[in-house]
Every structure is written in C-alpha cells, then in structure tokens.
Design a protein around this ligand. Structure first.
Ligand code: NDP
Length: 432
C-alpha cells in the first residue's frame, strides 16, 4: 500500500523532502468482523493550500489538526468502497470525503463520507467544483459577498480551484468581474487569442499534436487521451510558460499506447470540462471574466486596480492576502464587501506581511468577513444540485490539473505555493 507520509514538520516554504512516498503494509481488503468501518480504494485525492497549516506543529491548537511525522497525510478524496461493515455503504459504492494519501484506506467513521450523486460527471469533480472548493466559492460569494447584478467584483488567485468558480458564479449573477493570477497564460496571453474546440488538437491513437497557430515558444498544451477518463494513449506537451519555466524549449512526454499506468516519469494533464484542453487564456476566454491581469507583472498593484476599476470595487473575494489586500482596500467602494476566504501569500511566512490600509475599512464602511467552508455544510445539497446543473448545461467550465500517481503528489502539493497548478490541483491515485 503506497502512501505519502509527512517526514518532518515544516517551517517556511514546504519542499518535496518534507514528505516521503513509502510502501506500507499490504492493504486491509476487508473490514474486521463486527466493525462498522469501510475499506476504500482511493481514486482521486485533492491538494489544498490548508494542508500546509497542518504540516506545522502548533503549540496552540489550530483550526484543523496537525499532521504527525511518520503518518500518512489525509485530505478529501474520491473513493470506491471495497468492503463495508456499515449499513449505509456496500462494496462498489462511489463516495467522497476524508481519506488517506495512499492506495487503500480503512475509514473508521464512514458517516463522514458522502455518496457521489452525479456519477455522470467526472468523479474527480468531487475533489473540486462539486466538493469543498466549490462549496467555498458558492458559500463565500453568495452568503458573505451578497452580490447584486452590476456589482464590480475582484478575485485574486482567480484561476485556481475556488477562484474560477467564484468568477463564473459572479458572471452568472450579472456582475462585472476581473481576476488576477500569476501568469499570462492563466489570464489572457495576448499572443494566444485563439479559442479552439477540444477536439482539434490531438489524435488520441497516434498521440500526434498539432499546435495549429499556437506554435510560439510560450504555448502550453496538455492533451488528454480522447477516449477519456483515463489515458491509454496520448501526448502531454508542456510549454515553458506554465510548468515552472520560462524557456523556449518544450518538453514532450509520450504515453505508450500499451501502458495502463505510469511506472516512471510524471504525467500531468490539464483538463477542461473533463477532457484535455488548452491552458492559455483561462480567465477571459475559458471562464468569461470581463478582464484579467497578471499580478506578477504589475509593479504597482494600486495603479493596476485603479486602471481596471476606475469606479472602485464592490466585492473582493480574498484568496491571497498581503500586498494584494493592501492594494485592494483603498480601491473599495463605499460599503463594499470582502470575503476573507484565504491568504495563501502568508502561509509560509514566519512574520506575515504588514497590511497598512486597514483604516479604509472604517472610512469606506467596508464589511470584511472571514469564513470556513465547514460553516456551510448544511448548504451542500443545494449547492451540489445547482452546480451540477450548471456543469451539465455548460454554464460553468471547470479546469483541473491532474497528476498521475502518488509519487507525483508531494510536488503537486507544494506547487500550489508557486502557482504551478493550472486550475484545481488533484492527484489521480488509481484507475476508476
Ligand atoms: P488554488 O487552486 O487557487 O491554488 C493556489 C494558488 O494561489 C496558486 O496556484 C497561485 O496562483 C496562488 N498563489 C500561491 N502563492 C501566492 C502568493 N504568494 N501570492 C499570490 N498568489 C499566490 O487554491 P484554492 O483555490 O484551493 O485556494 C484558494 C484560497 O482559498 C487559498 O487561500 C485557500 O487557503 C483558501 N481556501 C479557503 C477555504 C475556507 O474554508 N475558507 C476553503 C478552501 C480554500 P497564481 O498563479 O495566481 O499565483
């Protein structure tokens, strides 16, 4: 049973060496007699920024429990029940909930698991748009921000798991929406204004890839085998602009047609609506934001916000904190609302950045409210039904960044803190 354990508590930026992929004991494939536990096979696991907090040893208890060195990491995932002693579950059920970063997990409290109600959508969606990040976006936007048609909305980390959903909900509500993200490709690269249909770029059987006019060095295309949920053949082509580099050289991974599972190497796919897609122009072209900017290229964030919001911001969906929050505060409109969802720029700092502009909360009569998604669990069913309908009607587009295999999980997790992920980061652990 391969598993990812925490090797040591983390200070500062996490590294792959803080975790270790080990081979554990053979998995328990049947629940002990009389037990109400279930054994699950893990299909997809989610990488989330809050896991960084759990990697620190807290003297005063945090809002989530600390991981323990030597023990398997845990987080939300999508699983198949292999064996059940619980009356509500049977072998073969598809569920989502907290599980281990390992092949198989014995879950003592199956009451914490939820059934997959929309198996016609990609199962991985329950780590994201139909799971906790989606509920975070939905509850944070509607309950905290109280949006009205015509509101000016700004979202940071806008192309990520939460941000991409907030932006699209804001557009559905009739707001004017601008997002920031950390690369041109995530925003709207001026050289890549070609929106292509999902079927034009790859022949799954040959794995050939034609870039069709996107041949500039910065182009980045991931292709997912057209047959589907799992790659049986295909090409992954990664341009320098997205996977951590800026170089002109492209890297090409070939997936042998005969392979059923990668034994070596990293396979990473960005999927748009469940299928391999083009990763450029996310915020504007894919998600329909009114505008977007690369915050790493804006040396003066205050000036950028004044340019993008000449009349000010009604709603700020806060995902990053620090300098971004500081620049947003003076640009808020009177009685604006800020949903404090997260502050990822601060998670690895020993001394958080100073925010100097807090007095604007007083003078502009702002309401800034923090929230945790767990506060809104009772909204889950309504959220799930509405969101599933939007997905099926094509009103919400969803981008996820899938790495294959537990060996790739540590790098995927720490990539959240450098912006390596394009959309929701998750790990495909085993075949459905
Ligand atoms: P994302 O998918 O958005 O991934 C994190 C992104 O944050 C990165 O891709 C990167 O994008 C951006 N980022 C990383 N470091 C920095 C930095 N120093 N400055 C600015 N941006 C940075 O993650 P999620 O959507 O899962 O989470 C978004 C936020 O929501 C996080 O703060 C998270 O903690 C919070 N959250 C809160 C919840 C709650 O209950 N309140 C629940 C779930 C998430 P880029 O390329 O744009 O820099």
């Amino acid at each position: 049973n391969k598993r990812v354990i925490l090797k040591r508590y983390v200070t500062g930026f996490p590294s792959e060496e803080d975790m270790e992929v080990v081979i554990g004991d053979a998995p328990l494939m049947a629940v002990p007699a009389g037990s109400e536990a279930v054994v699950v096979k893990n299909l997809y696991i989610s990488c989330d920024p809050y896991m960084r907090n759990r990697m620190t040893r807290h003297e005063v208890p945090s809002y989530v429990t600390d991981y323990v060195p030597g023990e398997v990491l845990t987080n939300y995932g999508v699983m198949k029940v292999i064996s059940s002693g619980h009356p509500d579950f049977k072998a073969g059920d598809l569920v989502w909930g907290i599980t281990g970063w390992e092949g198989y997990t014995l879950i003592d409290n199956p009451e914490s698991l939820s059934k997959i109600n929309h198996p016609d959508l990609p199962l991985s969606y329950y780590t994201g748009v139909l799971g906790l990040p989606g509920l975070t976006a939905y509850a944070g936007f509607f309950e905290i921000c109280k949006p009205k048609k015509g509101d000016y909305v700004f979202i940071s980390a806008a192309s990520g798991a939460v941000g991409q959903i907030v932006g699209q909900l804001a557009k559905i509500t009739g707001c004017y929406v601008i997002g920031s993200a950390g690369s041109d490709e995530k925003c709207n690269h001026p050289e890549h204004n070609i929106s292509r249909s999902r079927n034009t770029c790859c022949h799954w059987a040959t794995g050939c890839c034609s870039l069709q006019g996107e041949a500039s060095s910065a182009s980045a295309v991931w292709l997912w085998a057209a047959s589907a949920v799992w790659p049986v053949a295909g090409v992954v082509r990664v341009g320098g602009g997205v996977v951590g580099g800026g170089g002109a050289a492209s890297v090409v991974w070939l997936w042998p047609a005969s392979a059923v599972w990668p034994v070596a190497g990293v396979v990473r796919t960005v999927r748009v609506d469940g299928i391999g897609g083009v990763v450029v122009n996310l915020l504007k072209t894919k998600f329909g934001f009114d505008d977007a900017f690369n915050y790493k290229k804006e040396l003066d964030l205050d000036a950028a916000l004044k340019r993008y919001f000449p009349e000010g911001i009604d709603i700020y969906f806060e995902n990053v904190g620090g300098a971004t929050l500081d620049a947003v505060l003076p640009n808020m409109r009177l009685r604006g609302r800020i949903a404090a969802c997260g502050m990822i720029s601060q998670y690895n700092l020993a001394n958080p950045d100073g925010v100097h502009n807090l007095f604007y909360i007083v003078t502009k009569r702002l309401r800034m409210e923090g929230f945790l998604v767990f506060d809104y669990n009772e909204m889950y069913h309504r959220f799930e039904e509405e969101t599933a309908a939007y997905l099926k009607e094509g009103k919400i587009t969803y981008v996820e960044d899938v790495v294959v295999g537990l060996d790739a999980a540590p790098a995927a997790l720490i990539g959240l803190f450098t912006g390596r992920n394009v959309g929701k980061q998750l790990v495909a652990v085993s075949q459905e």
